[in-house]
Design a protein around this ligand. Structure first.
Ligand SMILES: [Zn+2]
Length: 263
């Protein structure tokens, strides 16, 4: 641990954020995060470590069941690629109605789900109470479409609007507000330019559109393959960010994604 007198307020906030996050993930040791991994609130995740060849691919909204099915097929052919979905609650229910069990299949395939609110209303125009109620509704939708009730650790605010009310909702539910450091969506030429500039630790934003799924995703998977960069879940990227000191003997006897504290 650094001497508390020598750490700045910014570092302290990071430390408390890491500590909170660590407790969510079942690890008791607080560690400083690598610089700029989180913002000053300590609860916003922008990207993972820049020194490990892994990134997190994320797909927002998820309204179109046909696009989810296409992605499912692609991911089945590439079992090494793991992704994180940020569906709205409405999308969870609607897509599951059309293809019962699709979300549980993603969970069973090792992919992750994060919240993106129930109805995608901009958090800037919502009260804390409205967002708390909304998340309850989102969780009910998730529980309706998944039997295993996966743990939800990450929330992505619609439109990237990290309002104070959204932060309060995240704090209440122990969610890590998750942004992105790269976008590989939209026009392929632009997406390819962005893909070429991939950095280790990136959190990549895409949507479940025809462009992003059918056209951009296969290009992205090939590029990651060529460069030897793993696509991991948000939890795995996050865990790597807060476990620099893993092995110091105070992370408990819990294991996570195959990584066990060496005590
Ligand atoms: Zn969205």
């Amino acid at each position: 641990m650094p001497n508390p007198k020598q750490i700045t307020r910014r570092d302290f906030l990071k430390l408390s954020g890491a500590s909170l996050a660590a407790s969510i993930l079942g690890i008791r040791a607080p560690y400083l995060l690598p610089d700029e991994t989180v913002d000053e609130s300590g609860r916003i995740f922008w990207h993972g470590r820049r020194d490990q060849a892994q990134i997190a691919l994320s797909y927002d909204d998820c309204h179109l069941v046909t696009k989810l099915q296409t992605l499912e097929e692609m991911l089945r052919e590439r079992p090494e690629v793991k992704v994180t979905f940020f569906p709205t609650g409405e999308a969870l229910l609607k897509t599951n109605d059309k293809d019962a069990g699709i979300w549980q299949r993603f969970v069973d395939g090792g992919h992750e789900i994060g919240s993106h609110t129930f109805d995608h209303v901009n958090p800037d125009v919502r009260s804390t109470k409205s967002l708390l109620d909304d998340h309850k509704k989102w969780l009910a939708a998730l529980n309706h479409v998944t039997e295993s009730r996966p743990t939800i650790r990450f929330g992505r605010p619609p439109f990237g609007s990290r309002s104070p009310a959204y932060s309060e909702m995240c704090a209440t539910y122990g969610l890590i507000s998750t942004m992105w450091s790269a976008s590989w969506g939209g026009d392929l030429a632009l997406a390819q330019k962005n893909m070429a500039e991939v950095e280790y630790g990136d959190i990549v934003l895409m949507h479940t559109s025809t462009q992003d799924v059918d056209i951009n995703s296969p290009v992205a998977f090939d590029l990651l393959d060529e460069r030897g960069i793993r696509a991991v879940t948000m939890s795995e990227l996050y865990l790597a960010s807060i476990t620099e000191g893993l092995g110091s003997g105070n992370c408990g006897n819990l294991s996570y994604y195959g990584q066990t504290c060496p005590e």
